[in-house]
Design a protein around this ligand. Structure first.
Ligand code: ATP
Length: 235
């Protein structure tokens, strides 16, 4: 028996023009848990997050946040409902400074305090509060995008490829940060092409292959032996 999921996609179909990308995708993210969505390039992971956050509409199927149907509501409305989407390739405002980016996103009672907390997690950001985000390194922009997800005080965070193009030491920081979010009770849906690290912090996992859910089960089972290879294999 489970309670109401923080996020649910029910039998979602989605396409770009005439190209069908998601076929009958159903998935759930339980409150306060980490769910991994993995799968080869082009499988439809990013598209699934876009459907969830309202950036694109499915051609059929439903999206629910905390049990409420939001399939036809705007991304802004879903963000007010506690959802935060950190897109691939950093979701920062390049022409705004680090401080302005954080203030823009802040939903917290005390914005200044939330900035202090975020920069406490990533001290490098604290040194760059007045720098334009677009002039920072990829790793720094990723830290900023994730910090913005923190100060927005969300209950559900969708993170797309958080480690893409980052140096290993920064990837460690990013995953430490994701664990911090989880400890705050935030539900996470994590997309990554590189599965092992993502699965190691996940409770539940889905594998997407060519737009369809090929695995729906515990992350731990998927990590065992060669189970993962069966699903990821040749894409
Ligand atoms: P990747 O890891 O490469 O980002 P993914 O699993 O996230 O892969 P999606 O980005 O969701 O996959 O893409 C799924 C399919 O939809 C791909 O074949 C892709 O080429 C196609 N696609 C994605 N965005 C668009 C778009 N804006 N217009 C047309 N086709 C698109």
């Amino acid at each position: 028996l489970t309670g109401t999921p923080a996020l649910e996609l029910r039998n979602v179909n989605a396409s770009y023009g005439t190209t069908s990308v998601l076929r009958d995708v159903s998935l759930r993210v339980e409150p306060g848990s980490v769910t991994a969505l993995i799968g080869p390039n082009g499988a439809g992971k990013t598209t699934s997050l876009r459907v969830a956050s309202g950036l694109i509409r499915p051609s059929s199927g439903e999206v629910l946040i905390d049990g409420d149907e939001v399939t036809r509501t705007s991304a802004a409305r879903r963000s007010r409902a506690g959802l935060c989407h950190v897109p691939e390739g950093r979701g920062v405002y390049r022409n705004l400074t680090v401080r302005e980016n954080l203030l823009m996103q802040s939903n917290a009672f005390n914005a200044q305090e939330s900035i202090e907390i975020a920069t406490g997690v990533f001290p490098r950001l604290g040194e760059r509060l007045n720098q334009k985000a677009g002039t920072m390194s990829g790793g720094e922009q990723q830290m900023l995008a994730l910090s913005a997800a923190y100060v927005a005080n969300p209950r559900l965070v969708l993170v797309d490829e958080p480690s893409l193009g980052l140096a290993p030491i920064i990837v460690d920081l990013v995953f430490d940060f994701l664990r911090t979010l989880r400890e705050k009770g935030v539900a996470l849906l994590l997309v990554d092409q590189y599965a092992l690290r993502t699965l190691s912090i996940a409770d539940h996992a889905y594998v997407l292959r060519r737009g369809e859910i090929a695995y729906d089960g515990s992350a731990e089972t998927l990590l065992q032996g060669n189970v993962l290879d069966q699903y990821i294999g040749d894409g």
